[in-house]
Design a binder for this molecule. Structure first.
Ligand SMILES: Nc1ncnc2c1ncn2[C@@H]1O[C@H](COP(=O)(O)OP(=O)(O)OP(=O)(O)O)[C@@H](O)[C@H]1O
Length: 647
């Protein structure tokens, strides 16, 4: 019952993808050939890998190759490979669904705006389904290596909603993808589908996109027929690409266009790479690395299941995709190839984890990537800014992950600050050091839930008045990162919301004495407020931190910050108990009045006022009140007592 034909429906996402792709990629239709050749090449790589253990899979045909052929009469274009092939089940699974992680999220982000979606789809990578850009019917005839000739599969679809599969015969292993070209109609580039049925045209597309493929891509040789005035196709096949893997060639022989084409092959990404580095490394570990920085974060960068890592080859033989051991996790946005001369061909993921060669490669790759970033930061700051906004959050993880390179990573960090404008993180630690005030000994920072909350934080008031810059940190990883960044270039980093205000030499002796005097003068007030607030605060004191606000909260040395406490709570984790210190601005009229009332013994409302000062401080740092209803009642009570309604 092998020949049984069945009809199946595409996964919803495939249907959506097909719909969208046919419309939005219309103007860049030639990429279908890149995708199909790329799949054919992957299929050959997989066969070569499986055959390491099972050489019989070659069935006497070890010369792996890709063929591109066309038939003008039938209006078909065929891409064939003698790679691993597909079984019937695999065809159903791989050519009817999308297995990529983040698929659902991707579809959720589509807007219905064709131009925007077209860009997104370029990022998503359309793969096999791009065949339907040019074809209104696609057949895939394939036999999995190792299966008998009568166990091949024929998959066919018109791309609307269903596909059929039936078991057929195929003597040679591997896959033929047969495209029935759409009826003629000029595309965005003025080319008709029929014009693809030309050896010259196909060759030019192959060289443009697939020259770097390491296997031979073959087409029928053509000869000029003088009498007929056209090309005549012969029966022998010629190789139309260079057929040597790009990374094995020397840098000087590779054009930027070729590097970019290889990037598209690696990433299936429509965007251009930001930068790349290509080196042959010799020494204890010998390998070639070709590493790319993407310009755009993939839509699933934050997806923990996401595949990441480099393609690993051993002496030109493809071993695996996404070998994450070849790069530290904080560089997981880098894509590329490592071709090792030392590893065994049968290397597995488990072996990779323990191998000392792999450790050397990982360190070598990390150094190269950091070098590439330093170069961008130094010489192409705009590109670096683009990189930072896409991947800065991930790079920050390196502060905790890569001790050996911590200094280098710290120099690559960029921050928002009281001197920067807008949301962009543009200030480096070097910029900050260069702008330090005379007598300033420390690097000041503030962490907050949002940039807006940071910018309006009362903690900044004294720094503003003294013209001292403060770094504003609002990313989720920042608190964690800061625990690995306590100093830079010998300057300590301190939070403006923790401990006593450490202005150092920014404050002269006179000011210090004055501050002590002020504290003395307000002892009665601070003691009373502390008594009213009881356990809600650790301490109450007056401060010279504030110029406009009445009060603020600070964390004691060694306690976690309010910001981190909120982050932990949001994440459903238990925060260590923390009691904030309430600081009062002695210059503020409310504080002055309360002091006065207490001095005169008219302190009937001191409890309400104390509470209000605490609540205000809580709100100003972006916190939430524990008892919002109580706050409202208290406030109303106080408002009424200040201005009684007119009789
Ligand atoms: N020529 C082929 N030979 C064998 N299997 C193939 C071939 N073309 C496609 N496939 C199978 O179909 C799957 C889907 O292909 P498709 O191009 O859509 O996505 P992909 O290659 O997995 O992802 P991406 O294109 O993002 O790398 C492949 O993973 C592979 O298993």
């Amino acid at each position: 019952m092998g020949a049984m034909k069945e009809t199946l429906g595409f996964q919803t996402e495939v249907r959506q993808l097909l719909q969208l792709m046919i419309h939005s990629l219309y103007s860049n239709r030639e990429i279908f050939l890149r995708e199909l050749v790329s799949n054919a090449s992957d299929a050959c790589d997989k066969l070569r890998y499986e055959a390491l253990d099972k050489p019989e899979l070659y069935e006497g045909d070890g010369e792996l190759q890709i063929r591109v052929d066309f038939d003008p009469q039938a209006r078909t274009l065929t891409i064939s490979d003698n790679g691993i092939g597909l079984s019937r089940d695999e065809a159903i699974e791989h050519l009817g669904t999308i297995a990529k992680s983040g698929t659902r999220e991707f579809f959720g982000r589509l807007s219905g705006d064709e131009a925007r979606d077209a860009q997104l789809i370029g990022q998503f990578g359309v793969g096999f389904y791009s065949a339907f850009i040019v074809a209104d019917r696609v057949a895939v005839v394939s036999r999995r290596a190792g299966l008998p000739a009568d166990q091949a599969v024929r998959w066919e679809s018109d791309g609307s909603g269903e596909f059929s599969v039936e078991t057929v015969e195929k003597p040679g292993r591997g896959t033929d993808v047969i495209l029935h070209l759409r009826a003629d109609e000029a595309g965005g580039d003025g080319e008709t589908f029929g014009e693809l049925l030309s050896g010259w045209r196909l060759k030019s597309i192959v060289t443009k996109y697939s020259d770097h493929i390491s296997l031979p891509i073959r087409m029928r040789r053509e000869e000029w027929d003088k009498d007929k005035g056209e090309y005549r196709r012969l029966d022998d096949w010629e190789t139309v690409n260079q057929a040597s893997a790009l990374w094995t060639r020397s840098r000087s022989e590779i054009t930027d266009e070729q590097y970019k084409a290889f990037w598209s092959h690696l990433s299936h990404d429509g965007t251009e790479p930001l930068a790349w580095t290509h080196n042959r490394v010799e020494g204890r570990a010998e390998y070639t690395q070709l590493l790319y920085l993407p310009a755009k974060a993939p839509f699933d960068l934050m997806d923990r299941q996401r595949r990441a890592g480099l393609k690993l080859y051993v002496r030109r033989v493809f071993i695996m995709d996404d070998a994450e051991q070849l790069l530290p996790a904080y560089l997981r946005f880098v894509r590329g190839v490592v071709d090792s001369n030392d590893l065994p061909l049968n290397v597995s993921r488990e072996i990779l984890q323990e191998s000392r060669d792999v450790k050397a490669i990982r360190e070598g790759c990390a150094r190269r990537v950091l070098g590439m970033l330093e170069d961008l930061a130094e010489n192409q700051p705009e590109k670096y800014a683009g990189f930072w906004s896409e991947f800065g959050q991930v790079l920050k993880e390196g502060m905790g992950e890569d001790f050996g390179n911590r200094e280098r990573i710290a120099k690559l960090l960029r921050f928002a600050s009281t001197q920067s404008e807008g949301d962009a993180q543009t200030v480096s630690l070097a910029d900050y050091l260069g702008r330090m005030k005379e007598g300033q000994e420390k690097i000041y920072y503030l962490t907050a839930d949002s940039l807006q909350a940071a910018r309006s934080s009362p903690h900044l008031e004294v720094f503003r008045s003294k013209g001292v810059e403060v770094l504003l940190l609002t990313d989720r990883v920042d608190e964690w990162m800061l625990s690995f960044l306590d100093a830079h270039e010998g300057k300590e980093l301190v939070s403006v919301a923790r401990g006593g205000l450490e202005l150092g030499k920014l404050e002269d002796e006179e000011e210090k004495k004055q501050a002590e005097q002020v504290a003395q003068d307000h002892r009665e007030l601070t003691e009373k407020v502390k008594a009213e607030l009881g356990d809600a605060v650790k301490e109450v004191r007056v401060t010279n931190r504030l110029t406009d606000s009445a009060s603020c909260l600070v964390s004691d040395e060694g306690d976690i910050s309010g910001h981190l406490e909120r982050l932990l709570k949001q994440a459903g984790q238990k925060a260590p108990p923390r009691k904030p210190i309430l600081e009062l601005n002695p210059q503020h009229p409310i504080v002055a009045r309360l002091k006065d009332q207490i001095r005169r013994g008219e302190d009937g409302q001191a409890g309400d006022w104390s509470r209000l000062l605490l609540d205000q401080a809580q709100l100003a740092e972006g916190g939430q009140l524990e008892d919002p209803a109580g706050f409202v009642q208290r406030l109303n009570r106080m408002l009424l007592s200040i201005s009684p309604p007119a009789a």
